[in-house]
Design a protein. Sequence first.
Lengths: 451, 152
Amino acid sequence: MTLSEISRCFHGVIPSIIASSDRHGVPNVTYLSQVHLLDERHVVLSRQFFNKTSRNIAENPQVCIEVYDPVTFEAWRLRLRFLRTETSGPLFESMAMRIQAIASHTGMSGVFRLIGADVFEVLRVERVDGYLTGAASPAEPLSPTGGYRTELRGLQLVSERINRAEDLETLLAAALDALAVYFGFEHTIVLLNDEAAGRLVTISCRGYGGGVGAEVAFGEGLIGTVAAERRVLRMTGLEASLQYGRAVRREILSGEGGRTIRPEIPLPGLADAQSALVIPLTVGERLTGVLAAESRDPLAFGEWDEAYLGIIGNQIALGIDRVMQEESELDAGLAPPPRALPARMRRHTLTYYRDDDSIFFDGEYLIRNVPGRILWKLLAEWKREGRTAFTNRELRLDRSLGLPDLKDNLETRLILLRSRLREKFPAVQLTPTGRGRFSLVVNAELELVER
Amino acid sequence: MIPERLRKCVQSGLSIIVGTADAEHVPSCCRGLALKTSDDFETVTVYLPAATSHETMANIATTRRLAVLCSEVSTHETTQIKGVTRGVRLAPSADEVFVRERLEAFAESLASLGLPRHVTRSLAHWPAFAVDLTVEEVFDQTPGPNAGNPLK
């Protein structure tokens, strides 16, 4: 039996056990959050709070661990010998990032951290015979990759769609759609990097029933950690740690929100995710955003998926860059479109708070920051002059909106605004009318209040 | 005074693991089935499946030392008992119902985390060995900075 043949046991779905002994032969036994498979002859254990086990290993390098297959619950005992502790380098960094992500989720950043990566030589791998009686669940073949897939065709299709997309909204929708159809990733999110705010903003998601506009700070949770570190994070067996982490995170975020009348937008994510694959979207050294996939299957993502999602991530990042570049170039020379008269129907009150540029409709939070300023400008001109036709160019030239001169992400902010309106306040819509042009469609009587 | 955490170790639904070492101090571990006490925790009896505990039995016969880990599945609250073996016997048939009930409760605990009950029920559990040990030390083993702190 080789280690790769039992690779499912190293996904952290069922906690493993480690038995050690001190120099006098007094045994100690405890749980391990995860055993990392390094290669066919080595495994790595993360050291956070090891204490007694660490002391025993210093006295006696021989340990025994028992690992369990999360599908069949079969058990294997591995006889190990401690070799060394790594406190820097790629192995340490990679493990530290995973722990940081969990720590961040559970509100324990800086408290719960990797002290060392303990590397062990695997002396023997033994199946625990008789562990399960004959009534065990039907065993599946142990395969780390899951067999034949259609990823190559999916990859080709995603590339074509990304290259064909004329605007960011189409590009992201097509990419997430293809990930669902060809890769089976039903729950995906794209967040774009808002460099000025130091946050990531959810611009597109699939399989969550909403969530556009949700923000994540750099270094916060799995997604924020990936953005800060710019490294791929694949996590399996998230059940206990992430469920708990999500609850804590929600509490922390609601505490930071300050005034209770400005509710935070719920973060996207499955409440019961058991695995996640999070990929930074980068062009050269620049972070464009983050692509995240989640699943309720604890074994949903393997190395195979990581490799493919990485390639798709690169293409999405390049596509975003291309579309934004085209958008900026097209804006040059466009004159503002003519005015039109507004329609009038139901009555709503929109309140704009100057101190944080947030807009509430009938007391309910709608949007804030730059998209909030944009919407308020559009509505003010509609109210004052009856205008309904606008161009991206005039928004870019309006200094009051506070868009940066370079990489203003205007298209991103408009997508966010459009999506939030569609989701929360369909009485007001922004409808594209051509490259770099859009209409403000108001199907209500609006009272605009500024505070 | 008996620590509250030690009393919790004989509750149903817990995950139980035992650790031993041989004469050369090479450690080993094995899943246990149930824990009980009949003398208010001066000793405890841990039940181990005969099918998977050969090595543990051999180690106990040689060194008599035993570590027992009791963990609440949903909260990860974990307690470790260390002691010396007083005696080992094949569990009498009168104890089979008790062991089965404990396995069923463990299956319920794991079902709440998504492991199907029939998988847990298929764990080898009978015949079983009953190992009596004198409770010498009790430690908090809940994951975190306090893991390893003595409770007794």
